[in-house]
Design a protein around this ligand. Sequence first.
Ligand code: AP5
Length: 213
Amino acid sequence: MIILMFGGPGAGKGTQSEILKDSLGMVHVSSGDLLRDNIKRDTELGRVANEYMSKGRLVPDDLIIAMILDRLLLPDAERGVLLDGFPRTRPQAVALSEALEFKSKRVNAALYISVADDVLIDRLAGRWTCRNCGHVFHEIFAPPRVAGVCDICGGELYQRDDDTREKAITRVSVFHETTEPILEYYKLTGTLCEVDGDRPIEEVTKELLDCLR
Ligand code: AP5
């Protein structure tokens, strides 16, 4: 199974993927997490990606496509993949469908978590992420029990560099200009299911699971 997670920045793709991967027994592959790991390890990809990510712009297609297709070749991907944050452009969508076709696979579902722009920006500006396990919290909507400390592993919580209001506005407009148009392609193939993401986390999960049934 290949399930794509679509949504603007802060729509809840990461939050929902972490919940769904456990109930579906699949692997969560997040393009943003893979890039941030490269930045942390100071790889060549990480250095180039950081120039774009720090401005809220998309990383060039050739770099992202190579990174994701390599990740999909790892043995754990055979369990099924929840692909979060990829594809975001038409060339990425084409590269993914060609790579899957080569292995006689296809996208089984494209889940679109739809959230209004002003809500997305409030969510990004209030997000706190665990430096250790990556779990995300929100200072108002999903607060940790103790401020600055992860409920799951006790790690330190931090705010991402690209979660300022100014960069969030750029990221939302990049989503509308570049990623939203490719949803049409998945609609035409009958794989797209849109859910209203401006509801409590558990309700969104329930609707996403309904889409998959
Ligand atoms: P990436 O890391 O993928 O960021 P994003 O798409 O902007 O999405 P986020 O991870 O910020 O949000 P999310 O939807 O996962 O929301 P979350 O669950 O955390 O990408 C970062 C950058 O990398 C890009 O800008 C680009 O530069 C580069 N990049 C990545 N992929 C690329 C690609 N394919 N091509 C080119 N460049 C690429 O939730 C957000 C907050 O809301 C949290 O605080 C959470 O607690 C809260 N929340 C979640 N759900 C709810 C709810 N239902 N109600 C209330 N609060 C909620």
